[in-house]
Design a protein around this ligand. Sequence first.
Ligand code: 5AD
Ligand code: SF4
Length: 434
Amino acid sequence: MKYYLETYGCQMNEADSEVVASILENSGLIRTEDPKEADIILVNSCAVRENAEKRALARLSQYKGYKKDPEVMLGLLGCVPARKQDQLLEKYPFIDIIMGPDSYRELKKVLSENQYPISNTELSNQELYDNIEPKRQEGLNAWISIMRGCNQFCSYCIVPFTRGRERSRPFESIINEAREIAYQSIPQITLLGQNVNAYKYKDYRFPDVLEGVAQVDEIRRIRFMSPHPKDFTDRMLEVMKKYDNICNHIHLPLQSGSSKILSAMNRTYTKEDYLELVNKIKSILPDIALTTDIIVGFPGETDEDFKDTLDVMDQVGFDNAFMFQYSPRPGTSAAKHLEDNIPYDTKNARLQKIIKKQHTATQKKNQELVGERIEVLIEGTSKKREDELVGRTESDKLVILKAGQGNIGEFMDVKIIGTAGVSLFGEIPAKSED
Ligand code: 5AD
Ligand code: SF4
């Protein structure tokens, strides 16, 4: 029997899909990259914005055609089932398997069950998939999920409802997994959690995890996603400074630059707190690359509020940003209590404005790197051009090189020779320049 698995959404979903793959393969299924060949077609979905949800459901409807063969089973996994639960089967009666993020162990049943649909969207306070070794698909980065769930309840966010309460993996188990990854010669680890700074296991906190993983020999790059600004401690910065293999990059979600909107979002920090934290980070880690997430058009966002967001962008100078229009998520406190009162055109105009601003800032930052020599991990051949390789700097910037200048998985000392949009062009310096 063959399964096909497609993943939408955040890195946590990517990591979960590796757990799903492991469970299925341990039950004897074989992966296929062609849905036409599959006996089981699974879509791991994201519910963070309405568009993401629509995309996953549209995909599933597309696969309905493959069910002409009655043996073929269709499954929806992840955050959409956790949010929609029973309503799903009413609207999409052709789905055979419905599993929320905490129910993947039940997939074992898929092979033995003969009563469909099977559905489990219950959330757990304990599930960590701790004893399941993820089936990793790529050789250069290993996700380690260190905690699951979220207790923050930002007013716009569906995650606490789809992924349940915070729980942290045992410290020793994380370090053992990091050692195993090093043994497999995977050069990069990304530690994942909805809010990694909320990690709490016995007396261990996130800086202990970061330090413990940094001490594992052979791990060349360590990344983490995402820390909440309110929980960012000095100890984190000390650990980041102490270990060269922790990447000089922090993804620090801003969401809004207006203290009024931040309060309505229940972010529990103000514009000033955020800027103060950024200044502290920059003073301890002067070369740090900062990236962020921003939402525009949250209920009640005035032009003045939006100007605060622009102002924070100017003051911080983010290296990159993921930017979104507010999308009300049924069940969240913002959707319940605040009217989605910013017209689409205003939301869109604000979004376009920050995208343009960020583009200019990214280009300016990239220009400053021209002439520098930077370590790049070669990740693969460019999707657009076969005669180009793409690699990544420690600060998470893409670098394009001519093919033949290095091999996938190699760390190269690259000279930056130019910029292309938001990417960099590099070359391997001639020996005489060494
Ligand atoms: N509308 C728009 N963007 C959202 N995000 C989370 N919830 C929403 C929403 N309801 C964004 C936040 C978060 C990122 C993963 O998605 O910026 O950091
Ligand atoms: Fe959502 Fe906020 Fe939790 Fe992030 S910290 S997952 S934005 S509730």
